[in-house]
Write a protein that binds this ligand. Structure first.
Ligand SMILES: Nc1nc2c(c(=O)[nH]1)N[C@H]1C(S)=C(S)[C@@H](COP(=O)(O)OP(=O)(O)OC[C@H]3O[C@@H](n4cnc5c(=O)[nH]c(N)nc54)[C@H](O)[C@@H]3O)O[C@H]1N2
Ligand SMILES: Nc1nc2c(c(=O)[nH]1)N[C@H]1C(S)=C(S)[C@@H](COP(=O)(O)OP(=O)(O)OC[C@H]3O[C@@H](n4cnc5c(=O)[nH]c(N)nc54)[C@H](O)[C@@H]3O)O[C@H]1N2
Ligand code: SF4
Ligand SMILES: [Mo]
Length: 710
């Protein structure tokens, strides 16, 4: 179906938009508008990735825009924190209260007493990751370190092969060996699946390395269940086999890699026998995987974000990133590594972050420590006395949920939350502000899953008194008396600043052309020809794949954030062994017997859509999947409520007994809203705040628990 064939009433028009979510697919949406109201959304049938389909999380997006429980006016708290009792106030009152309270807090404690908390509820270049940064820099607020997603993997990846986009996802049709490593593609990267399925139909072998036999693993040719957090051992043993059995591409290694001799020496200790003990994978399977991977061209590896979420996540990605160069996979179209092709998008991040307004040396606090920072368990001088949350729902996504709730209950803390709905986080706010949805705001989207840039044109006027994040921070800047030009830019000016339009990748693409077409492929070679590293050319210090990493050697541990750059917050890192090595999971069976994983929910996008009726119906109640053996030994039967607990807290979920998980592994998806759970708690209650080895990544998969019938 082409756009013009969409069923339209005589008064209807269509507007080109973009899915605003933190999802690799970044779908091009077409919104139908009738009498000033959005009546439907559809995927653009002409878009080579979207292919006319939106996922179950978003295909009724207009219902979110017009949801009866949507926040439409600013609110002031009237009951105890967390009670959810509020009264409507005007925007003027809201802004005046915020300006007065921020000013008073700063007068008492200094500017670092204010802390922003935001993440990727919206992924737009205008309204997403960096919106508000300029405002908070100007204020002198504590800098919020955002490393929820892939910062450990990006650090490891950049340290090994540089900030390269890697394999074009569309080139995967040419792949003949496809390893899906810790990713549930059909749930989390749906629009990549048809491309993989086409390759599979053409004879490619699809291998899925995952502790869980989820819907993607069920469609794979080979599912390799692995003990969580031990993927580094598998990758190192694959290198051991490849080197020992002479399966390397000697010419590629000679010309396009750095540190091979040291790597050879290093991986000697990582035998398949050793790795089998660590990973629970039979020795012969490890050998077969290494041999097949090394001898089938083109071979590609898609690494999921989940591979970074344990103590050794960084070194795991380091080891995986070494593999393609070792076997010369980069020589071929559809061979190599696909992680986050966002590196191809020339987003003009400095124009968005406005780093020139930042006072050097300003304190940095990582968001995983929010509970500790608010309860005072993390000693902070000055303490946090004013908090502003937007684009994030920490009560669901942040570890140490109990501490966070206690911190948010503090009577002396002034909290502002901007959102679409009264989330479990917003319930603790003193002031709640209504935000617009994608249908009501301007934006431009990069993608971390493909090479297309997408423009989001508002389809309708803001509903009620909701405002976009860009407008919110313009209003706050004015309320605080800030007149710096970058803080007051209009959306049109921001759109012009958002991309580096003169970059080679943007050749032939302008804001005007995007207004016509809605989206465009970056100016890169066609996916049938794209071999970015056939001749090396890695953007690393040596220009090669660095088995021995010059970056880690020079800087120690560092943080590459999703802005594709060294974090602003970079501090000299702790020294890191520059050769890949194994870091075992931190939490062991001696303390708590079961390893809890909290992957992405099929019907929600993180916690977004988690309170929408249709999505709740599809996702169902919060469940814990447990192996029959583990259930039996605890007297658990299917459909019973079980308590999942450790020293950090507990949550209650419905038991689902299934061999989809191995003995010793239990799975509860992220995303349920605490208020919709049996006892008001979710996986965040048991997750640790601890960082992984690189890039301050989270360790959500490095979580041990016990389970019992409630
Ligand atoms: N439906 C849906 N799609 C989403 C999202 C969503 O919330 N819902 N969120 C989006 C976001 S923000 C992200 S980051 C991506 C993430 O998407 P993915 O990269 O696919 O990550 P997850 O779903 O968290 O986990 C994928 C798989 O990793 C496995 N896993 C966990 N720990 C380990 C381990 O140590 N080793 C191995 N080998 N596997 C492990 C889990 O069993 C799970 O099946 O999805 C995006 N897309
Ligand atoms: N246990 C566990 N925890 C995890 C993960 C895991 O796998 N397991 N995954 C981690 C990962 S990969 C990620 S990316 C993070 C995600 O963490 P977040 O980015 O915080 O994701 P959401 O829970 O969806 O929260 C986004 C909030 O922003 C709001 N929002 C959306 N658009 C706008 C807007 O335009 N303006 C404003 N003001 N608000 C808006 C939404 O309504 C929603 O309440 O979670 C992390 N946490
Ligand atoms: S959440 Fe992802 S798959 Fe779903 S519509 Fe948005 S971009 Fe597409
Ligand atoms: Mo994420």
């Amino acid at each position: 179906m082409t756009t013009t064939e969409l069923p339209l009433t005589p008064t209807a028009t269509t507007v080109r938009a973009a899915c605003p979510h933190d999802c690799p697919d970044t779908c091009a949406m077409i919104v139908t508008v009738e009498d000033g109201k959005a009546t439907g959304v559809a995927g653009d049938p002409d878009h080579p990735i979207t292919r006319g389909g939106l996922c179950v999380k978003v295909n009724n997006y207009q219902e979110k825009t017009y949801a009866p429980d949507r926040l439409l006016h600013p609110l002031r708290r009237t009951g105890p924190k967390g009670s959810g009792r509020f009264e409507e106030i005007t925007w003027d009152e809201a802004l005046e209260t915020i300006a007065t309270r921020f000013t008073a807090a700063i007068a008492e404690h200094g500017p670092e007493t204010v802390m922003p908390v935001s993440y990727l509820g919206n992924q737009g270049v205008l309204n997403g990751l960096s919106v508000g940064d300029g405002f908070f820099h100007k204020l002198g607020a504590t800098v919020t370190e955002r490393t929820y997603c892939d910062s450990g993997a990006c650090t490891a990846y950049a340290a090994t092969i540089g900030a390269t986009a890697g394999v074009d996802p569309e080139s995967i049709v040419h792949s003949r060996y496809i390893i899906l490593w810790a990713t549930n593609t059909i749930s989390t990267n749906l629009h990549l699946w048809p491309i993989i399925a086409e390759a599979q139909k053409n004879g490619a072998k699809v291998v899925c390395i995952d502790p869980m036999k989820h819907r993607t693993a069920q469609r794979a040719d080979w599912h390799i269940p692995i003990r969580p957090g031990t993927d580094g051992a598998l990758a190192l043993a694959m290198m051991n086999v490849i080197i020992t059995e002479g399966l390397t591409d000697a010419d590629y290694v000679e010309n396009h890699t750095h540190g091979y001799d040291e790597l050879v020496e290093r991986v000697q200790q990582y035998t398949p026998e050793w790795a089998s003990e660590e990973t629970g994978i039979p020795v012969e399977d490890i050998r077969t995987l290494a041999r097949e991977y090394a001898t089938t061209d083109p071979a590609m590896i898609r690494i999921g974000v989940a591979v970074e979420r344990h103590a050794g996540g960084g070194q795991t990605v380091r080891s995986i990133a070494c593999l393609p160069a070792l076997v010369g996979a980069w020589r071929h179209v559809g061979g190599g590594l696909l992680q986050l092709p966002l590196w191809a998008h020339p987003v003009n991040w400095p124009a968005m972050i406005v780093p020139e307004l930042r006072t050097p040396g300003t304190r940095v606090v990582n968001q995983f420590l929010l509970g500790r920072a608010l309860t005072g368990e993390m000693a902070l001088d000055p303490p946090i006395s004013a908090l502003m949350v937007y684009n994030s729902n920490p009560m669901v996504v942040c570890p140490e949920q109990d501490k966070l709730a206690r911190g948010l209950e503090r009577e002396d803390l002034f909290t502002v939350v901007s959102d679409h709905f009264l989330t479990d986080t917003a319930k603790y706010a003193d002031i709640v502000l209504p935000a617009t949805t994608a249908l009501e705001q301007h934006d431009i989207m990069f993608s971390w899953g493909h090479f297309y840039v997408t423009l989001n044109t508002p389809a309708v006027d803001p509903v009620g008194e909701a405002v976009s994040n860009t407008e919110l921070f313009r209003r706050l800047s004015t309320a605080m008396g800030f007149d710096d030009a970058p803080l007051l830019r209009s959306d049109e000016e921001l759109l012009r600043d958002a991309y580096d339009w003169s970059a080679p990748a943007m050749e032939g693409i302008t804001l005007e052309s995007l207004r016509e077409t809605g989206w465009a492929r970056l100016n890169l070679p066609s996916s049938d020809e794209y071999r970015p590293h056939a001749e090396g050319n890695f953007p690393t210090p040596s220009g090669k794949t660095e088995f021995r990493s010059g970056a880690l050697e020079a800087m120690g541990n560092f943080v590459v954030n999703l802005f594709r750059q060294l974090s602003d917050d970079h501090q000299p890192g702790t020294p890191v062994d520059p050769l890949p090595h194994y870091v075992a999971p931190r939490e062991t069976a001696e303390v708590y017997p079961l390893n809890l994983l909290s992957p992405k929910p099929h019907a929600y996008i993180n916690s977004s859509a988690g309170d929408q009726e249709r999505q709740k119906r599809i996702q169902g109640e919060q469940t814990l999947t447990i192996h029959p053996q583990d259930a039996e030994s605890r007297g658990i039967t299917s459909g019973q409520y079980v308590a999942v607990h450790n020293d950090r807290g507990r949550f209650v979920a419905l038991a689902k007994i299934s061999e989809e998980v191995a003995p010793g592994v239990v799975v509860c998806p992220l995303g349920t809203w605490p208020k919709n759970s049996k006892e008001g708690n979710t996986v965040g209650a048991v997750n640790p705040f601890a960082f992984a080895d690189l890039g301050n990544a989270p360790t959500f998969s490095d979580t041990r628990v016990e389970v019992e019938v409630v």
